[in-house]
Write a protein that binds this ligand. Structure first.
Ligand SMILES: [Zn+2]
Length: 202
């Protein structure tokens, strides 16, 4: 999802979210708890429609402090998040080294990088280290673009590399994280390099 609140995409998601505004607190809490049951045990693309719906409902639930009200019990596998006390549902992004894993309910850092289990820390660090210079191609300044000669080609190459790296996040890193978390979401796009979810093949 885009981060600019005025972007057409954000306005569209806002429109989508209206359906959950009509839910009363109890209905929303039950819907969230039941859907968590369906998300459990799997690694999910951020672009998956079920996940998209869950995120909208989760944001609404966060606004209404639904998890503080204890109206429905989430599946036992989900521990309470330290950030907002919602059930633990982390998102893996390319910014994992700086931002850690992101909470799908309050969008804060859920697990800082320093607190990652040893079994996955090195693998994530390597991956993020490979991704950073690839992503940076999208943000090169004029001088860097000129020195590359054919910038369009450099950009295209970076996009192809990002596709491969994102596929690795989905096929290797996210399943590994499932050993530690009840469910995991991974970002399957790179908007700056124009890599779309359908470009990332598992
Ligand atoms: Zn949170």
């Amino acid at each position: 999802m885009a981060t600019n609140p005025e972007s057409p995409l954000d306005l569209l998601w806002k429109e989508y979210s209206l359906v959950f505004r009509e839910f009363d607190d109890l209905t929303l809490a039950r819907w969230l708890a039941q859907t968590l049951g369906q998300l459990e045990g799997k690694a999910w693309r951020l672009s998956h429609p079920l996940l998209g719906a869950y995120r909208l409902a989760a944001q609404m639930g966060h606004e209404r402090q639904i998890w503080f009200k204890r109206l429905a019990t989430p599946p036992a596998a989900y521990a309470e998040s330290p950030c907002c006390r919602a059930p633990l549902l982390p998102l893996l992004t390319r910014d994992v080294k700086d931002a850690g894993l992101i909470c799908q309910h309050c969008s804060d850092t859920l697990v800082p990088f320093d607190e990652f289990p040893d079994g996955i820390k090195a693998g994530l660090e390597t991956w993020a280290g490979q991704y950073a210079p690839v992503h940076a191609v999208a943000h090169w300044d004029d001088r860097q673009r000129k020195s590359a000669g054919d910038y369009d080609r450099a950009y295209e190459n970076a996009a192809r590399e990002a596709e491969g790296l994102l596929a690795r996040a989905g096929s290797e890193l996210a399943p590994k994280l499932l050993e530690f978390y009840p469910a995991i979401v991974w970002e399957d796009q790179d908007e700056c390099l124009e890599v779309r979810p359908e470009d990332v093949l598992l």
